[in-house]
Design a protein around this ligand. Structure first.
Ligand code: SF4
Length: 328
């Protein structure tokens, strides 16, 4: 999966880094001072790097818990996100990460204890119930066998039932979750697009069938699971969504879903420009766009009726009370 492992000197002896290095003796280990030397270097070829990215083990400095963007999640409660990783091993053509970072390498911050301490302080500062999202700058579970992320953070949230953790993912790496006792305040949210879109734009992502099988196993084991239908693209037929919904709800118990959301394609304008430079011939981006508030969306020709058709087909399977439109 990775071509090499870079290690910041200051985490060289961190137990988590040592364990990862010991399990990957076959890869070159290269020490560096700061991950930015590798990750933020100018004139990198993102597309070439994506073929064989490196893993960078680093320490996260500064703020570890940030306010979630407005409209990002399911709860009106105070919401935050945290990123133990930057970048993703998958390669979805619509993903904003490819426009956000110069590098296709993956950074893994190994100082999990500092993240959990920041989360603990945020919970203690209140007020009330709070939600923490993981999977904003990465996929939460795609690297689980290497990172042991869920194995560390879920036991922490088990001790903090007054807060909820949402793991957003397209990964089938659920073995570590299945070994743990399910907790009601950890939601595993799996993203899906219709089969045609998945085949065309979700490179390296496990098939819908496999994702669904993994999510079904989690639900049957007692984990709260959620569905995220993103990004909706205006030229995907409502029929394609109907088929996807029929498939999904033949496998999952809709009555036990935590939540279901949809979200249209959106990307900050500067990331969109960078992505266009990377993939100038990509038909996905040949659509007419519009920019509002610094965010690019595809111009809808028939948005309202189309979105309503998608939603009404969804509501044939789920209780609308569990549904929200993601606004960010
Ligand atoms: S799985 Fe998510 S984070 Fe990874 S490339 Fe696809 S959209 Fe981006």
């Amino acid at each position: 999966m990775f071509s090499a492992i870079y290690i910041e000197s200051e985490v060289r002896h961190h137990p988590r880094a040592r364990e990862i290095l010991a399990r990957h003796r076959d890869l070159p280990h290269i020490e560096c001072e700061r991950h930015g030397e590798i990750f933020n270097r100018k004139s990198q070829n993102f597309r070439l790097q994506k073929e064989q990215p490196a893993l960078i083990l680093a320490r996260k400095h500064g703020r570890k818990v940030l306010p979630a963007p407005a409209g990002y999640g399911f709860d009106a409660a105070a919401s935050h996100y945290f990123s133990h990783m930057l970048n993703c091993v998958y390669d979805c053509r619509y993903c904003f990460l490819q426009g956000m970072y110069r590098s296709a390498h993956c950074v893994l911050f190994v100082n999990y204890e500092d993240f959990t301490e920041s989360i603990r302080q945020t919970i203690a500062a209140g007020p009330g119930h709070q939600v923490f999202y993981s999977g904003y700058d990465c996929d939460s579970l795609a690297l689980e066998p290497v990172s042991g992320f869920a194995s560390h953070f879920i036991p922490f949230f088990a001790q903090h039932p007054g807060a909820t953790l949402e793991l957003r993912t397209k990964s089938t790496q659920v073995a570590s979750l299945l070994r743990l006792r399910p907790i009601p305040n950890c939601v595993i949210a799996m993203s899906f697009t219709p089969a045609v879109a998945a085949a065309r734009w979700e490179h390296g992502v496990p098939s819908i069938e496999k994702r669904l099988a993994a999510l079904g196993r989690l639900q049957r084991a007692g984990w709260p699971v959620a569905l995220r239908f993103e990004p909706l693209l205006p030229d995907q037929s409502p029929r394609a969504h109907e088929e996807l919904f029929g498939w999904i709800f033949s496998q999952l118990d809709a009555g036990r879903l935590h939540s279901v959301s949809t979200g249209e394609f959106r990307m900050p304008a500067d990331y969109f420009r960078n992505t266009l430079k990377l993939y100038p011939d990509e038909p996905l981006f040949a659509r007419e766009t519009q920019t509002a508030g610094g965010v690019v969306t595809f111009r809808p020709s028939r948005r309202d009726s189309w979105l309503e058709q998608v939603e009404s087909s969804l509501f044939r399977h789920i209780d609308p009370a569990r549904y929200y439109r993601c606004a960010n």
